[in-house]
Design a protein around this ligand. Structure first.
Ligand code: ADE
Length: 245
């Protein structure tokens, strides 16, 4: 999979994309991440990329021509790419979106800066994505979040031991609690069932904890999730105990 990133600050991407799982995936050519400086597509001696807003107001607006020229130059390459604009006005990023985007062979990601981009940039954009209801200084950190989340869904990027199937959100619920050695730490013991060797009991415990955790922390996810009859029974029990914990 190819990620082509259009940004005014390519250096912001270097270290986060070098280390760990994404760094290894790049070395193994499972993902290619190309950085393009929007300034290189700007014209004139000063290669200006921003300007004052028509109608007045604070801040600077990113000019349309350099961004659109950049997208058009990249779209001349194959395979065809889906064009994404990172903006707090976009659709909030969720795991289903991440999975869908991982099906594409190539994404072009535009990082906005300043007060925003000229509205006419939207003509070349397929999708606008926000990483949450807060405003960053630019789309670069948001693009990094997107690349990380999408890249780890590409087959072969995660090893078996890091499989993405059981993740929080992969089935629309939060993950159960995890423990490793020691069995007892600071007077707190690992739940007995996890050292029982009884795989069926462990699976049941994990499912119940997944439901409990999601019900306590993210009840909004429960209402969207596909639940079995057994899940419903567990939730009814939790509802019965609410207020007593
Ligand atoms: N640019 C600035 N804030 C952003 C956000 N929350 N999501 C995506 N892009 C952004």
């Amino acid at each position: 999979m190819i990620f082509d990133i259009l940004t005014l600050f390519p250096e912001m991407f270097l270290s986060p994309l070098e280390g760990s799982i994404i760094g290894k995936a790049r070395e193994a050519c499972k993902v290619t991440i190309n950085l393009f400086n929007i300034r290189d597509y700007a014209e004139g001696k000063h290669r200006v990329t921003d300007d004052y807003p028509f109608g007045g107001g604070k801040g600077m607006i990113m000019k349309p021509e350099p961004i659109i020229r950049g997208v058009e130059a990249l779209q001349a390459n194959k395979p065809t790419a889906r064009v994404i604009l990172m903006t707090p006005q976009g659709t909030p990023l969720r795991q289903e979106m991440v999975k869908r985007l991982a099906q594409h062979a190539r994404l072009i990601i535009i990082c906005g800066r300043y007060e925003g981009v000229d509205e006419r940039v939207r003509a070349v954009v397929d999708e606008e994505i926000s990483i949450g209801d807060y405003v960053l200084t630019g789309g670069e950190l948001a693009a990094l979040v997107l690349v990380d989340a999408v890249a780890r869904m590409i087959p072969g990027v995660l090893g078996d031991e890091e499989a993405s199937e059981d993740d929080s959100f992969s089935k629309g619920l939060l993950e159960y609690p995890h423990y490793t050695r020691p069995r007892e730490f600071a007077g707190r013991r690992v739940p007995e069932v996890l050292i029982s060797g009884d795989h069926q009991a462990i699976e049941q415990w994990r499912r119940a904890e997944t439901l409990r955790r999601t019900w306590e922390r993210r009840p909004d996810l429960i209402s969207r999730a596909r639940l079995s009859d057994e899940d419903q029974r567990i939730l009814e029990k939790l509802n019965g105990t609410s207020g007593t914990d």
